[in-house]
Design a protein around this ligand. Structure first.
Ligand code: ADP
Ligand code: ADP
Ligand code: ZN
Length: 212
């Protein structure tokens, strides 16, 4: 199974991806998590990505596409979370897949209203060891500042601070939203209302994926 997860920052992509991975046993590839790992380890890729991530901008297509293609070349099942995010990335992915006689099964688009997205983003806390996300109000950890899953320390991403959030949502509107139509035309788009509880959203997603 090959899936992509579309949707604005804060829609719940990472949260839902964790449940999908548990149920279907497919690798979860989050380009944001990969960039953050490189940033922490101060690799050349991390240093390059940081310039853009700090400003809430997308990392350039050529950097992102090369990184993802390198990862996917040995895999036949995956869920891409946060890739593609531009039409150029989507076209590159199509070209990559068709050269291998492969195709995407589903493009899931999770969405929610603007004000809810902002609330979710500014309250998000992330585990520095396993990337599990929490929310100060909607999904607090059992112990303040500590990951329930692995005991790692929770932190607020720099780009989740209020001053960068607007830019990220603008980037989504102008560069990523056109992908909805792109996948609609390919007849693989499935919309999911992400404004409900985590369990309700998962239920919809499982229903869609069970039928694939
Ligand atoms: P994305 O990967 O789309 O940016 P996340 O999955 O990281 O979004 O979720 C953003 C924030 O909102 C996190 O703090 C998460 O705990 C919280 N969240 C995610 N889904 C829901 C939901 N259905 N209801 C309430 N809070 C949610
Ligand atoms: P969110 O879950 O809030 O949508 P991500 O963790 O997916 O955020 O992404 C964080 C940042 O990493 C983005 O703002 C962008 O700078 C960079 N990034 C992640 N995926 C991509 C991509 N496919 N193309 C370009 N930049 C990306
Ligand atoms: Zn953790």
């Amino acid at each position: 199974m090959k899936l992509i997860l579309l949707g604005p920052p804060g829609a719940g992509k990472g949260t839902q991806a964790a449940d999908v991975v548990d149920r279907y046993n497919i690798p979860h590839i989050s380009t944001g998590d990969i960039f953050r790992k490189n940033l922490r380890e101060e690799t050349p890729l991390g240093k390059k990505a940081k310039e853009y991530m700090d400003k809430g901008e997308l990392v350039p297509d050529e950097v992102t596409i090369a990184m993802v293609e390198d990862l996917l070349k040995d895999m036949d099942s995956y869920m891409l979370d946060g890739f593609p995010r531009t039409v150029a990335q989507a076209e590159a992915l199509d070209k990559f897949l068709s050269a291998r006689n492969e195709k995407l099964d589903v493009a899931l688009c999770i969405n929610a209203d603007y004000s809810l997205l902002v609330k979710r983003i500014v309250g998000r806390r992330m585990c520095k060891d396993c990337s599990q996300t929490y929310h100060t109000e909607f999904h607090p950890p059992k112990k303040d500042g500590v990951c329930d899953k692995c005991g790692g320390q929770l932190y607020q991403r720099d780009d989740d601070k209020e001053e960068t959030v607007q830019k990220r949502l603008d980037e989504y509107e102008s560069k990523t939203k056109p992908l909805i139509e792109y996948y609609e035309k390919k007849n693989i788009l499935k919309n999911v209302d992400g404004s409900r509880s985590v369990e309700e959203v998962s239920k919809d997603i499982f229903k869609i994926l069970d039928e694939c």
